[in-house]
Design a protein around this ligand. Sequence first.
Ligand code: PGA
Length: 255
Amino acid sequence: MIRPLVAGNWKMNLDHVEAIHLVQQLGVLLRARSTERVDVMVLPPFTDLRSVTSVVEADRLALTVGAQHASDHDAGAFTGEVSLAMLARLGVRAVLVGHSERRQLFHMDDDTVARTFAACLRANLLPILCVGEPAEVRAAGDAAEYVEAQLRSALAGYERGRFVTAYEPIWAIGTGATAEPADVAEMARTIRAALPTDARGETPVLYGGSVTAATAAQLATEGRVDGFLVGGASLRADEFCDIVAQVNDCYAGRR
Ligand code: PGA
C-alpha cells in the first residue's frame, strides 16, 4: 500500500526567520485538520534547513524535511555545493533530484541526475526523482517517450531502495497552467510501468505543476497520482494544508 505524499518545494523563497514562521503555522494548521493518511514534507532552501528541522523536532510536527538539491560527490573541492552527509546530519530525510529548474537553469544533465539519485540511496536519503517534458515535446506527441527516457537514464544503476517519482511537465511549473487530469493519469500509468518491478508497488508517483487548493482534489482522483509536489502554493500555510487535507480525503474515500 502506497502512502500518499504532499511535498512543498519552497524554491529560493523565505529566509530562515520567515521559514520558522511558516513551519510553525503549518504545524498548527495541520493539527487542526485530518491529515493522518498523508505524509507531509517541506523542502526549504539550504540556509533554512537547520532552523526548520529544529522546529519540527522541538514541536514534534508531523512532517519531514527535504532539501532541493545535493551534490553527487561525497566531499572535496566543489565550491558552493552541499553533500548528502551534511544534509543527513541536519535531520534532512529526502532530496529533490533532477528538478527541471536544476536541469534547465543549472545544466544538470541525465548522468548527474543518475549519480545523485544513486548517491541518495546509498546515503539513505529518500530521492524524489523529477521528470517531465517541455511544451514542444508534448505538442509533438512525444511526452511519454521523453519521460520514459528520463526514468530509464536515472534508474539505470538501480538495485534497491525506496524512492519517489514526481511528474512535473515543465510548461505547467509556475505558470498557472495545470495538466489535464486525464493526461496526468496516463503519464502516471506510463511512469509506473517503467519502474523496476520490485519498486512498482511501493513508489509514490506525484504530480507537480501549478497545483493549488482549487485543483488538488480533481488531480488526485482523476489524475490517479499518489500526492503532489507543490511550489508556489506551498508558501501559503492555509492553502498548503488545504491541499494536504484534500489528498487525505481522497484516500479516505470521501470524494
Ligand atoms: P509550482 O511548482 O507548483 O509553483 O508550479 C512546482 C514545482 O516546481 O515543484
